[in-house]
Write a protein that binds this ligand. Structure first.
Ligand code: CP
Ligand code: NVA
Length: 309
């Protein structure tokens, strides 16, 4: 059973195969209407159920469009409107959905609910964001980097801001894809030590620095995210701690001249990133958002054993 719950458990070869398949499928359907099915329709007859415990625009639309482009279909479940919201266990839900659909994508408040769901599931489960990680986002981001700068291996990536779920997936991706990662975050919002230690043990080159300027110095890629993620309940403390980590034009001048800016979106304009950066020539955020479709198509194919080792 192939679940896509995090970056770390996958081999570098599997991850590379997924990214290459994303690039290949994106190129192969250039110019086609967005709803047109890929010529090989590899998931014809397959159904993806999506469960959302939190809001979503990109994840919801990109999985729905992606599975349709592969010839399959999708259905969306808002967790609060299902029996999950009334206390049915994730395990029982997993057992039932395993009889009704072919794969499940979950966006959950608690990461452990996704791993528990997967353990009880007879079909592939994909993590569509939890409190701890956002692996699909990183694949879409890395596709955008490679489109603009070539192979991500050997590149210098700077993470500026909250050491959150998206940052954790970057940390996990660093070793497998061979990029170095420098992280600048307020002391109270640094990434979890456990994630850092595991990545370093896997061979990742990761550095924690104090200032945003130190992180972006000479970087090929600058990444940030919201200061207040879904589920965070310490907004006031965060709004006080993060302003010195804003990504603006002045900060971007410290990166390499060809540096690309990424943000998973939604953006809080004027907070973690300015309009000039989000909308400027170095912004790859819109390409990365589109790439959610292409990268996740490859993830789904990997889950069904149709891509990669
Ligand atoms: N980046 C991302 O996952 O966006 P949504 O919350 O809109 O799905
Ligand atoms: N870190 C953000 C990402 C949203 C896509 C959150 O968890 O809310």
């Amino acid at each position: 059973m192939r679940h896509f719950l995090d970056i770390a458990p996958l081999s570098p070869a599997a991850l590379r195969a997924i990214l290459d398949e994303g690039h290949r499928r994106k190129a192969a359907r250039a110019g086609l209407p967005k709803g047109a099915v890929d010529a090989d329709a590899p998931l014809q007859g397959r159904l993806l159920a999506m469960i959302f415990e939190k809001a979503s625009t990109r994840t919801r639309v990109s999985f729905d469009v992606g599975v349709r482009q592969l010839g399959g279909g999708a259905l969306v479940m808002s967790a609060g409107e299902t029996q999950l919201g009334r206390g049915e266990t994730v395990q029982d839900t997993a057992r039932v959905l395993s009889r009704m659909v072919d794969a499940v994508m979950i966006r959950a408040r608690r990461h452990q609910d996704v791993t528990a769901f997967a353990a009880a599931s007879a079909i592939p489960v994909i993590n569509g964001l939890t409190d701890l990680s956002h692996p699909c986002q990183i694949l879409a981001d890395l596709m955008a980097v490679e489109e603009r700068l070539g192979p991500v291996s050997g590149k210098r990536v700077a993470w500026v801001g909250d050491g959150n779920n998206v940052c954790a997936s970057y940390i996990e991706a660093a070793a497998a894809f061979g990029f170095s990662l420098t992280i600048a975050a307020p002391p109270a919002y640094r990434p979890r030590a456990q994630v850092l230690q595991a990545a370093v043990a896997a061979g990742a080159e990761i550095c924690i620095v104090d200032t945003a300027a130190d992180a972006v110095n000479g970087a090929d890629v600058v990444v940030t995210d919201t200061w207040v993620s879904m589920g965070d309940n310490d907004k006031d403390a965060r709004m006080a701690a993060f302003p010195v980590f804003q990504v603006n034009e002045d900060l971007m001048r410290g990166a390499a001249p060809h540096a690309q800016f990424l943000h998973c979106l939604p953006a809080h304009r004027g907070e973690e990133a300015t309009d000039a950066v989000l909308d400027g020539p170095q912004s790859a955020v819109w390409d990365a958002a589109e790439n959610r479709i292409h990268a996740q198509k490859a993830v789904m194919l990997w889950c069904f054993g149709l891509v990669g080792p």
